[in-house]
Write a protein that binds this ligand. Structure first.
Ligand SMILES: *Cc1c(COP(=O)(O)O)cnc(C)c1O
Ligand SMILES: [Zn+2]
Length: 411
């Protein structure tokens, strides 16, 4: 592959060729980053190519992805999710240019379809037959969705506490589901051991270098949707830290090939109960495991598996970190929905809750271009959504009863 140079270790900077390595650095076990020949890409790719490109999915960016001629790929449409200008919410918050990227519009209803697609493409290129993944829920439900129509066997490790809608997705798509009596971190460790023992292909985030490459397509889309303008700040939900490092990689790729002339600040948004990355960012830069629980299950991570890459993204972008409470997260679900028509799962609205906090702390200027990434759909976790909205009004099918309510509540 001419466009791809190889891998570089996030920790020790060792470089490897593509066939040299399976997942992590041979020298220090650090996570790997795919490196590109930006000069070659620049020569072969122009902005005008995109204006003519009718492929409205992540594959429109194949020139910037570590895949060659994809003969088989998932048949569902991944990416090209809408970027909405949220005028009403912006007015309320005092921000002139507020945008919402609705990642819940992906096939399995979260942004995990982006990394899943690239990992699956890689598994197919390698001729793998069995693919496995540890997940809080969304990475797995996505993988099961994408592999279903490809006939790949999929073995999933999740914590038994995953929201039921995500477990339903796994079972409906036909994955073999192993619900681990423990945390996501426990499921992750078991999945790695299984990979080493049985030789399955492992798609887990913060281990497989291709997931970051999928997540970066989110940044490509944001810039293209803003007519190749770079936003000022992007608010991102952070668990393992693979998403924020992926989004950063996407902006850097576009900068290196000259498609954008500056870089945005990335804001790392976590639950204050599980914020290992934000704590490290605010102190000595060393990631330490945290103990706690959060309603934001998709970012409920004790020891982040891509923490160092995430810190590089926050620091490299001159960004900052905001942690929010579970109460703020739960309240953010209906507030975002009522102002923008976008219904996010708890982890999906964490960036919005963090934006409000950042405004309160005076960190946002009124004319900045702000993007809030809503990473997963609200239907993924109904129980959490119901915590903040009360119950419907129940009556007999009778106009007189209805009239009592209307005259009491609506006029
Ligand atoms: C996975 C996920 C995230 C965070 O991604 P990390 O790479 O774990 O930091 C955020 N929101 C949702 C909905 C997710 O599924
Ligand atoms: Zn290394």
């Amino acid at each position: 592959m001419k466009k791809v140079k190889g891998y570089k270790c996030i920790i020790c900077d060792s470089e490897f060729s593509l066939d040299d390595i399976e997942y992590v650095c041979k020298n220090c076990k650090g996570n790997l980053q795919v490196t590109y020949d930006y000069h070659f890409i620049k020569e072969n790719l122009k902005k005008s190519d995109f204006a003519e490109n009718k492929d409205y999915s992540i594959w429109r960016y194949t020139n910037l992805l570590p895949v060659e001629n994809i003969s088989r790929k998932p048949i569902v449409q991944i990416g090209c999710t809408p970027l909405y200008k949220a005028e009403r919410l912006g007015n309320k918050l005092g921000i002139k240019n507020l945008y919402i990227k609705d990642e819940g519009r992906n096939p399995s209803a979260s942004l995990k379809d982006r990394p899943g697609a690239i990992a699956v493409a890689n598994a197919l290129e390698r001729g793998e037959k069995i693919i496995t993944c540890a997940s809080t829920g969304n990475a797995a439900s996505s993988l099961s969705c994408l592999t279903a129509a490809l006939g790949l066997k999929t073995i999933i490790f999740i914590p038994e506490t995953s929201p039921v809608a995500k477990i339903a997705q796994l079972l409906v798509f036909g994955a073999i589901v192993i619900a681990v009596k423990g945390t996501y971190d426990d499921a992750f460790d078991l999945c790695i051991k299984a990979t080493e023992k049985y030789g399955w292909y492992n798609r887990s985030s913060g281990y497989n270098p291709y997931t970051r490459e999928g997540k970066k397509t989110c940044a490509f889309e944001i810039c293209e949707q803003l007519s190749w303008e770079c936003p000022d700040k992007v608010f991102i939900s952070v668990g393992d830290g693979n998403l924020i490092s992926g989004v950063w990689k996407g902006f850097v790729d576009l900068f290196e090939i000259g498609f954008i002339d500056r870089l945005p600040q990335l804001v790392s948004c976590q639950s204050e109960n599980m914020d290992a990355i934000n704590r490290a960012f605010k102190s000595d830069g060393v990631i330490r495991p945290v103990k706690g629980e959060t309603i934001a299950d998709s970012i409920s991570v004790s020891f982040p598996h891509d923490g160092d890459a995430a810190l590089k993204a926050i620091n490299g972008s001159r960004g900052f970190a905001i942690s929010v409470s579970d109460e703020q997260i739960v309240r953010a679900i209906p507030e975002l929905a009522r102002e923008t028509s976008v219904f996010g799962e708890p982890s999906g609205v964490v960036p919005f809750a963090a934006l409000k906090k950042a405004i309160g702390e005076g960190k946002i200027k009124e004319d900045e271009k702000i993007v809030v990434l809503v990473s997963g759909n609200g239907l993924k976790d109904i129980n959490s959504a119901m915590k903040s909205v009360g119950q419907p009004l129940k009556i007999k099918p009778d106009l007189i009863e209805l009239d009592k309510i209307v005259s009491r509540d609506f006029v």
